[in-house]
Design a protein around this ligand. Structure first.
Ligand code: C5P
Length: 290
């Protein structure tokens, strides 16, 4: 049996850091929105061991890859001695703040559980996911969600009416930003490091009430403080997008992707064209319906 799965990405409509914890992680509240732009994975049982192949030859296919680590942890927790063959077709940019690698790991846990006839309960999959990375539990489900703690505590939400019919324009500038770097450099921005809790719930009620333009005012990302200082081009992207018709523009996660929310697909496509003629063809862009 061969299983084929799509592995979507996400944007953070809000990422509010509340302070640094004793364990070195940061306490946060974030509103995560699934985005239907996907990597593709296939899974087959094999004789023994884990054989991972990947379309992106720059990605490791050993224990440095989250897919490989998710497979190791799954097989060990489920006490399975058989091997697996996994292929990853990479489409989502890396170090992009889109959660591509995290989504791949979650998809791997769900797919292997299906391939081996559900030996693990979802609670156990959530534990494995949280130990592998803060963003991974979000991808075990497919709804928008409020995430708290270090990002691993997930409260799924219904679709936001403010985003009905809208479209995302995703823009990757051609360079990545390291997540540990972004968090470490927050220390120089005390206001961004120590946000007040409550912004997430506030934004969620505006998103549910379809309350524009208050929704756009509620979008916020603490990690923009270090990222936009080091890469001022990302600030220029946002200004350009807002001036040219985007309802909102923000950096996703720890960057480097900027996303814009547009009225509909055709508005997002024409904004993408304008953006490319202004900033050149080197940027990667994608238009995705919400
Ligand atoms: O959990 P994850 O592996 O995605 O985290 C990568 C790095 O990002 C951590 O090692 C830490 O430096 C930083 N981080 C953090 N606080 C969080 C999430 C991530 O400091 N809530």
């Amino acid at each position: 049996m061969r299983l084929e799965k799509k592995s979507p990405c996400k944007v953070n409509l809000l990422l509010n850091i509340l302070g640094k914890r004793a364990d070195g992680f940061h306490e946060l509240e974030t509103v995560m929105q699934p985005v239907n732009f996907c990597d593709e994975l296939s899974f087959e049982r094999g004789e023994s061991g884990i054989q991972l192949s990947c379309s992106d030859k720059n990605l490791p296919v050993n224990s440095k890859n989250l897919v490989f680590r998710a497979a190791v942890d799954f097989l060990s927790a489920a006490k399975i001695n058989d091997g697996v063959k996994i292929n990853l077709e990479k489409k989502i940019p890396r170090a992009a703040g889109l959660g591509g690698g995290s989504g791949n790991a979650a998809t791997t846990l769900l797919a292997l559980n299906e391939l081996f006839c559900q030996p693990l309960a979802i609670k156990k999959l959530c534990e494995i996911a949280a130990a592998l990375g803060s963003d991974i539990p979000f991808f075990l489900q497919d709804k928008p969600a409020l995430a708290t703690g270090r990002g691993e505590k997930i409260q799924p939400l219904g679709n936001f009416s403010a985003l009905n019919g809208k479209a995302f324009l995703l823009i990757h500038p051609g360079f990545g930003i390291s997540t540990p770097w972004a968090y470490q450099n927050l220390a120089r921005f005390p206001e961004a490091l120590n946000g007040n809790a409550g912004r997430a719930k506030d934004l969620i009620s505006k998103l549910q009430a379809n309350d524009w333009p208050a929704v756009a005012d509620g979008f916020y990302n603490s990690l923009e403080a270090p990222a936009l200082e080091k890469f001022p081009i990302l600030q220029l992207f946002q200004e350009f997008l807002r001036t040219n018709g985007a309802l909102a523009a923000l950096m996703s996660g720890s960057g480097s992707t900027t996303f814009a929310i547009c009225e509909n697909i055709s508005a997002a496509e024409s904004l993408a064209e304008k953006f490319k003629s202004k900033f050149g063809e080197n940027c990667w862009t994608a238009v995705v319906p919400v």
